[in-house]
Design a binder for this molecule. Sequence first.
Ligand SMILES: [Zn+2]
Length: 90
Amino acid sequence: MMLIACPHCGPRAHVEFAYGRTLDAVLPLDALPDAAARILYQRDNPRGLSLELWRHTFGCRSWLRVTRHTVTHEISEVIAWPPTPAPEAP
Ligand SMILES: [Zn+2]
């Protein structure tokens, strides 16, 4: 069973999460239709590390950025998404 370590809830079974998309499929707000179609439908499907957005649907409902190997499904990093900026020093 694949475990995903939610930064808010701790390690949980992947069935608690919903796959969103790969991070390279997030459209910029100003994407023109041709560029949007290319980003959404003509992407590579590489073997190896993939940056993906997952949502902890049956937990804290947060979006997470998961670094997953597409062959082994090994997860090497999970962070909250979007990342919160560090507070500025006074
Ligand atoms: Zn969570």
